[in-house]
Design a binder for this molecule. Structure first.
Ligand code: ZN
Length: 373
């Protein structure tokens, strides 16, 4: 997660200057490729490894007061929106350190009440939480979209290791240990956007990884410093992911944007160690001002870590029906849903159907299956 408004402005500018880079509807609907796209989608459990889909009224807020409710336009159901995107599932990440945390206890309370709000939305929207690989497979088979319950920053733990099991019982199966702020009581490790001051992974951070491995929760090392990641990989007994990032060598067209995002990007070596441990790295949409450039950045990641270790982590909210929040449709002008468009563009740029199936979700399914087995 990062500041969406600056991204929107950036995108507006980028599109105004380079709209020709976006594929027109004619390109996307060329008949033979559409058939191929459909075939790939039918065989692919599409998963967005990092998504901020917030059912209305459950958004975290940063200020001292709860944010005004977002302006609403007539809403599709969560299930409809997921279906329209072409994805089978999204990892739905709550950004805990944006949730007005002032004192110990706040983070746990915020997270639990968010999970309660999601429970209600899932009942209403006929969307299920995927608790294991089988759930993802049947979500795909029956075209019933699912979320993998996630959190961006595990500040709810506050030194209480048993809280990992508490949220496991509430359906959390994907835990990103770190975001921007340290846990108020007992930090888990150094992040990549601040000065290192914890020596990498803390002993509690190591315990949290062991606890996730014991319970069956996928560990996500996005936003972790290089030292934190190296230490985490020594502890982890199951593959981990970095759900959303780009290679630091992938230069978008805007040097300022690239500079701003640099701390959140990773080196080839950083990516390699995660891949060598069986993990997957989700490619971010945030540096690519257009769909073709996004697919180019996927290509760059495949070149670095291989086709078995690359995934997609959009860091968008997917939903186009709400005004005033979120950054989707990942790129203005995108027709036919995020994942549908990504698959079509990957075909156009020469990815094989088998590779698209892996990158589009197969790799995530592999590590999710191992993590939750
Ligand atoms: Zn993030």
């Amino acid at each position: 997660m990062h500041c969406h408004s600056s991204r929107r402005q950036f995108l507006t500018t980028a599109i105004a200057c380079g709209g020709a880079l976006l594929p027109g509807p004619a390109t996307l609907s060329a008949a033979p490729r559409e058939d191929r796209s459909r075939a790939v989608l039918a065989h692919t459990i599409g998963v967005d490894m990092h998504n901020h889909v917030y059912p209305a009224g459950t958004e975290p807020h940063r200020g001292p007061q709860p944010a005004a409710p977002p302006m609403q336009t007539p809403e599709l159901s969560l299930a409809d929106e997921l279906r329209q995107s072409g994805l089978t599932a999204v990892c739905a990440a709550y950004v805990l350190d944006f949730a007005h945390i002032e004192k110990p206890g706040d983070a746990r309370e915020r997270f639990l009440s968010w999970l309660t709000a999601i429970d209600a939305q899932l009942r209403k929207g006929r969307v299920r939480r995927a608790l294991n690989l089988k759930d993802l497979e049947s979500a795909h088979r029956f075209r019933q979209p699912a979320i993998v319950q996630s959190v961006e920053g595990a500040q709810f733990i506050e030194g209480h290791l048993d809280r990992v099991e508490e949220v496991y019982k509430r359906g959390v199966r994907h835990l990103q240990l770190l975001h921007e702020q340290d846990d108020l009581v007992a930090p888990l490790g150094d992040v990549n956007t601040g000065a290192a001051h914890l020596g990498g992974l803390t002993p509690l951070g190591a315990d949290v990884i062991r606890e996730c491995n014991r319970l069956g929760i996928l560990v996500d090392l996005a936003h972790a410093s290089h030292e934190t990641v190296l230490a985490a990989l020594k502890v982890a007994t199951r593959p981990v992911i970095i759900s959303h990032t780009n290679l630091d060598t992938f230069a978008g067209p805007d040097p300022k944007m690239h500079q701003m995002m640099m701390p959140r990007l990773i080196s080839r070596d950083h990516a390699k160690v995660v891949a060598d441990a069986g993990g997957v790295i989700g490619v971010w949409t945030h540096l690519a001002p257009s769909l073709p450039e996004f697919v180019q950045s996927i290509k760059a990641m495949v070149d670095a870590v291989g086709v078995d270790h690359t995934g997609i982590g959009s860091d968008t909210d997917l939903l186009s029906s709400r005004v005033g929040q979120g950054s989707n449709r990942a790129w203005p002008g995108l027709n036919g849903g995020f994942f549908n468009a990504v698959v079509a563009e990957m075909l156009r740029q020469g990815f094989t159907p088998a590779d698209i199936t892996k990158i589009g979700g197969g790799n995530f399914c592999r590590v999710f299956g191992k993590a939750t087995a």
